[in-house]
Design a protein around this ligand. Structure first.
Ligand SMILES: [Zn+2]
Length: 366
């Protein structure tokens, strides 16, 4: 078995671990940059690696629509296609069915939707979601889940939650490769009883890892933390725990403090392209006039490519619409996220995570 999760130590509920995969280890807690279409937007693979990232995420929905999983399979799989030899996690498309696709219809058998690219009709069943991810060849594959919009009534949430569990069992049965690990996804909206029930049902199916899904869809941070407070204690302690699509630096540290090990989010990359830089003093909006003559880097001591330049220069790049601006800020933001979690790992090892979190979040938060 090429997958193993080793828990080195805990500090209150925060966990310091190593997740071994066929493409190398991931030190946790870890942040995975999002490479939706087999590219982390604006960066070369070497630049992604230089931020400290060990594992990246690709999106099944996007890659199945374009270029199509059979093309990627025939070209040697996703690792070779995009030139990344580290671990890759692919999602199942469940979230995109909910957020991007048009005319999505969910039946017990499968979801049917129209492509957001050309309107073509597409069918995604649990078995198909696994077959696509097997063709892509990612290390961690996500089960297909049924994501619904919040707020929703308890009956709708329970129905989607039930289906998510049945689909997880079908995904497990559909797996044909031994060098991929399937993670199940806990749903249940903001309902604590449903979340706990869903987590327990999925734990009985014995997956190599578990994710918390259906969050970061418009609820408040406090509502999200409340879900983690009830879900984390019933997730298997010896398996990695992944919080999908979250979030701000504040969200990440709060989730780590509750026992989450893995994260992905478009926030550092998307905000970087929009001239927002994450720093310990809070976010900087580079288009603001205040940076016009500022010779300081975004953050003193940051080893990224952007911090070799002044805030004034970075601002100029955005105002002049130079593509270097989004490249540099993406590199800075991903470096910021990686350093934030490297600091968290070190703090957990030393039993001072609470103090680290306080120190990082005190000034302005993120
Ligand atoms: Zn920097």
């Amino acid at each position: 078995m090429s997958f193993r999760f080793t828990l080195h130590r805990t500090d209150a509920s925060a966990r310091r671990g190593t997740f071994d995969t066929p493409h190398g280890p991931v030190e946790t807690p870890a942040f995975m940059p999002v490479g939706t279409q087999a590219a982390v937007k604006a960066l070369t693979i070497d630049q992604v690696r230089s931020t400290g990232a060990e594992m990246i995420l690709g999106n099944t929905y996007h890659l199945a629509l374009r270029p199509g999983e059979s093309i990627i399979r025939d070209l040697g799989g996703l690792h070779r296609f995009m030139g990344w030899d580290g671990p890759i996690l692919t999602d199942s498309g469940g979230f995109q069915l909910f957020s991007l696709a048009q005319n999505t219809k969910v039946t017990e058998q499968q979801a049917t939707f129209r492509s957001h690219i050309d309107g073509a009709l597409f069918e995604l069943s649990p078995e198909r979601a696994i077959a696509i991810q097997e063709a892509l060849g990612s290390d961690v594959v996500m089960v297909l889940d049924h994501v619904i919009a919040l707020p929703a009534d308890d009956n709708a949430i329970r129905d989607a939650c039930d289906r998510t569990i049945r689909w997880a069992a079908r995904c497990k049965a559909a797996a044909t490769r031994s060098n991929q690990a399937q993670f199940a996804i806990v749903q249940g909206g903001l309902n604590p009883e449903l979340r706990v029930w869903c987590a327990r049902q999925l734990a009985e199916l014995d997956f190599p890892g578990y994710a918390v899904g259906g969050l970061s869809v418009g609820e408040s941070p406090e509502e999200m933390y409340a879900v983690l407070d009830v879900v984390c204690p019933v997730m298997p302690a010896d398996k990695p725990r992944y919080l999908m699509g979250v979030g701000t630096p504040r969200d990440l540290l709060n989730a780590v403090s509750r026992g989450i090990d893995l994260f992905d989010c478009v926030m550092p990359t998307r905000n970087g392209r929009n001239a927002l830089a994450f720093t310990d003093e809070g976010p900087l909006r580079l288009r603001n006039q205040v940076h016009q003559r500022d010779e300081r880097p975004l953050e003193v001591g940051c080893p990224c490519l952007a911090c070799r330049h002044s805030r004034a220069y970075l601002r100029h790049l955005f105002l002049a619409d130079e593509m270097l601006g989004p490249i540099l800020l993406t590199h800075h933001n991903l470096t910021y996220y990686q350093r934030l979690l490297a600091g968290a790992r070190e703090a957990i090892e030393q039993g001072r995570f609470a103090a680290y979190m306080d120190q990082k979040l005190k000034p302005a938060g993120g």
